[in-house]
Design a protein around this ligand. Structure first.
Ligand SMILES: [Zn+2]
Length: 468
């Protein structure tokens, strides 16, 4: 099966060009002008090829969201499983997700959760997918076991500096060293556990239990202290690669910029919500529950710093941290006490549309940077490049066609996840994905899903590319 995508503006790694794309089977076979790349006249090409007219459309590499939590078990289970989660992702132009696995039972080995997640995903996904391993109890055996996980395609791991399974500084150094030896990537959730615990308990003792105390209990410095410390620990471990998930505070981005300027292999991720929402979302004690996530939504002054950091390559990836709970369901556990509210919000479907609208349409990001931060950089850092994350001959034909003129008013009703709300209700966007293709197969067209759960493949990821 061949497909010819004609007349689009194709975003290559060096920039956008007017070109036609020939797809043969699962991969991109040629990039150029239809007459040349089909090797014959247009009529002959049309006979054995499906032709998609992309006039007026922008052809981008399919998105990679390297930070989701589908079907995760916390105090309660999240409402999007790997079917609704990946369906919502592909409607938004994301063709690959990497899920951060949840913790397993105390004392379990690394493969325990891998096995659990194989069961969660078997026959369920419509997007291609992988997993980040997760450290909980750390000892020599776990560090040893890391090698076989990397061999099996989980070449990145997450550690936490807060929650029950937080790692100490000593443990963090050992993890960084071990993953560095294995050419893997250490990802880290940076918040200072002592600061947030102290402030949370102080607020509770004072009867301050409304949603607005959630961000106040996790101030920007609570994040930045941990970012700062991790950067130094990565240096001490032998200048090992370090990926900092969900950077929300401007000061954290500044610290990452300094480290990168000094030549350190530090990579920052932010998420859609930190770029476009501000802490006024917590003003209403009820509605505020929708936005309880960690780190919290920051003051408006942080937004421009994060946009600038995306433009100048300080922050390299925009992800979502999609982890959804129903507002009329489990989020209400936080009604009388914000500390009881399950943390997280949905976002996989709107990541690319919102970033396109607020970034590209509003002139904050050029198309080349947009493609890098939504796809290419994650493919490189997480060992999938050049199979994923780029439009070039031989790469998987994972594509999204954006109509830059289409305007949409966002409401929960048009989305495809299982959550009963969206944090972006009422937002107006310009630019919308109208066709998504994975490995040469159209998965979304005419606002309909064209494949069945199980279409998505598990991605055995390789070594990280760190020179970016
Ligand atoms: Zn997360």
């Amino acid at each position: 099966m061949k497909t010819l995508i004609k007349n689009g503006l194709v975003v290559l790694e060096d920039g956008p060009v007017s070109a036609d794309l020939l797809i043969d089977g699962e991969t991109i076979a040629a990039i150029g002008k239809a007459d040349e790349i089909c090797g014959a006249g247009k009529e002959e090409a049309a006979a054995d090829c499906r032709v998609i007219d992309a006039s007026g459309l922008i052809v981008l590499p399919g998105g990679i969201d390297p930070h989701t939590h589908f079907n995760i078990m916390t105090s309660v289970r999240s409402v999007d499983d790997f079917t609704s989660g990946t369906v919502s992702a592909v409607f938004g132009g994301t063709t690959t997700i990497i899920d951060h696995m949840g913790f397993g039972p105390k004392g379990c080995d690394l493969h325990h959760q891998f096995q659990v997640y194989k069961e969660y995903t078997e026959g369920k996904c419509v997007a291609d997918y992988g997993f980040h391993g997760v450290y909980q109890d750390l000892d020599e055996q776990i560090l040893e076991e890391t090698a076989s996980m990397v061999d099996e395609g989980l070449s990145s791991f997450k550690m936490y500096l807060t929650y029950d399974y937080r790692q100490s500084d000593e443990e963090a150094i050992r993890i960084l060293k071990r993953l560095g030896e294995l050419s893997g990537m250490t990802t880290v959730h940076c918040e200072n556990h002592a600061i947030l615990t102290w402030l949370r308990e102080k607020f509770l003792a004072e009867g301050k239990t409304e949603a607005k105390y959630h961000p106040l209990s996790r101030p920007p410095y609570c994040e930045t202290e941990a970012v700062d410390r991790m950067i130094d620990l990565a240096m001490a471990a032998g200048d090992q690669p370090l990926y900092i998930v969900h950077v929300s505070a401007g000061e954290s981005a500044e610290r990452i910029r300094q480290a990168r300027q000094a030549g350190q292999k530090v990579f920052g991720e932010t998420c859609t919500q930190y770029l476009v929402l501000d802490d006024s979302v917590y003003d209403d004690p009820q509605e505020g529950l929708k936005f309880i996530m960690s780190p919290p939504i920051r003051g408006k002054e942080h937004q421009e710093i994060l946009w600038q950091a995306l433009r100048d390559g300080t922050l390299l990836v925009v992800a979502t941290d999609h982890c959804s709970f129903d507002y009329h369901g489990d989020k209400q556990m936080g009604k009388e006490d914000f500390t009881k509210c399950p943390n997280g919000a949905p976002g996989a479907e709107l990541r690319m549309p919102i970033l396109f609208s607020e970034g590209v349409s509003k002139g904050r990001l050029d198309l080349t940077t947009f493609a890098k931060v939504t796809s290419t950089n994650a493919a490189k850092l997480f060992g999938m490049y050049p199979k994923k994350g780029t439009i070039r001959v031989g790469s998987d034909a994972d594509l999204v066609l954006f109509d830059p003129e289409r305007e949409v008013d966002i409401t929960r009703l048009i989305l495809h996840d299982n959550t009963d709300y969206t944090p972006y209700e009422g937002m107006h966007v310009k630019g919308w994905p109208i066709l998504t293709m994975i490995r040469g197969t159209v998965v979304v067209e005419n606002e309909r899903l064209q494949v069945k759960p199980g279409f998505g493949n598990f991605l055995r990821r390789g070594k990280s590319i760190c020179d970016l």
